[in-house]
Design a protein around this ligand. Structure first.
Ligand SMILES: O=C(O)CCC(=O)C(=O)O
Ligand SMILES: [Fe+2]
Length: 316
């Protein structure tokens, strides 16, 4: 929890960066943001450094600045982008996030933007994207399909008047999964989610490029996790893998908790240790809807450069 001096210091820093970087382009400014993050309050920097080395599953920072004259919640990310809605908050998120990792984007997701707007959109209410509302987002690893998926999903809340919960879960008792050895094998196909098919979500899974891999990997006693029930499929006929996958999902469902983000609160979700999702809600579409800014962070951007074969933070 930041105190009021720290909060206003962060506001001033973000504001200064923004006025010196017009027109705003997060990709162009990201290196400067990392440098300027050294001006953030020392308590925050130490807190984030410690959380990073300890691989804390969830890192919460409260009392970040949000503009008093925040514009109405946009009805889509495109509208947010066009109107540059919530730029100060975008810079605040990027500053804090860059203490943990390197922000990056996906060419096919929200137009390659580094910072996404999470707000309910008309026509998307039941979709499997973060523009949904009436349908829940199941607990998932972000961008499960890709070996360069983020190490963290960073969320900064601008508005959440109906106290809609973000759901989170992790492997609470690794021992209970010990028998499910299939989870450690490359017996699972991970498909891109619908957010990567902006205008063509009707492309069925079979038409999407996927990666093979395990659901559990890394430290045996406290494994990393890769799972998204909607986009993870064993090979047809591999009943053991299928059963193990369902058991793992049930384990995660049992351990699920909800976190209600408040305006000015940021949550950094370790995407290797924690799955996240969202409860259902009724969209308002009156400018007062729930609104988050979100960015993906990778701990070593070189993983992305190697995949991309170029120094680009926007992966395709
Ligand atoms: O809206 C939320 O709380 C999380 C949505 C989500 O899964 C995401 O943006 O990746
Ligand atoms: Fe997500």
């Amino acid at each position: 929890m930041l105190d009021s001096n720290e909060k206003s210091g962060i506001r001033d820093l973000a504001y200064k960066l923004l006025v010196n970087s017009r027109p705003w382009d997060a990709v162009r400014s990201v290196e400067e943001l990392r440098r300027e993050a050294e001006e953030l309050p020392v308590g925050l920097r130490r807190f984030m450094a410690e959380a990073r080395v300890k691989e804390e599953p969830l890192i919460a920072v409260a009392n970040l600045p949000v503009s008093e004259d925040l514009p109405p919640t946009p009805e889509s990310w495109q509208e947010a982008h066009r109107n540059e809605a919530g730029l100060l908050e975008e810079v605040v998120l990027l500053l804090c996030a860059s203490l943990l990792g390197d922000p990056f984007g996906w060419a096919g997701s929200q137009g390659g933007r580094l910072v996404h707007d999470v707000c309910p959109s008309r026509g998307m209410e039941e979709s499997l994207t973060n523009a949904s509302s009436r349908a829940a987002l199941n607990l998932h690893t972000e961008d499960v399909f890709h070996s360069c998926r983020g190490d963290y999903v960073s969320l900064l809340c601008l508005r959440n008047p109906d106290r809609v919960g973000t759901t989170i879960s992790r492997i609470a008792a690794p021992d209970r999964l010990r028998e499910l050895t299939a989870l450690w094998d490359d017996r699972f196909r991970f498909f891109p989610d619908d957010a990567h098919f902006a205008d063509s979500a009707e492309v069925d899974l079979d038409g999407r490029r996927f990666e093979w891999g395990p659901v559990l990997f890394g430290p045996k006693d406290d494994p990393y996790l890769r799972i998204d029930p909607d986009f993870t499929r064993p090979e047809p006929g591999d009943d053991q893998a299928e059963r193990s996958l369902r058991a793992c999902e049930a384990h995660l469902a049992d351990a699920a908790e909800r976190i209600v983000l408040e305006p000015g609160e940021a949550l950094f979700v370790d995407n290797y240790r924690v799955v996240h999702g969202r409860e259902t809600f009724t969209p308002r579409y009156d400018g007062t809807d729930r609104w988050l800014k979100r960015t993906n962070l990778i701990r070593d951007i070189r993983r992305a450069y190697i995949h991309q074969r170029s120094r680009s933070r926007v992966l395709s």
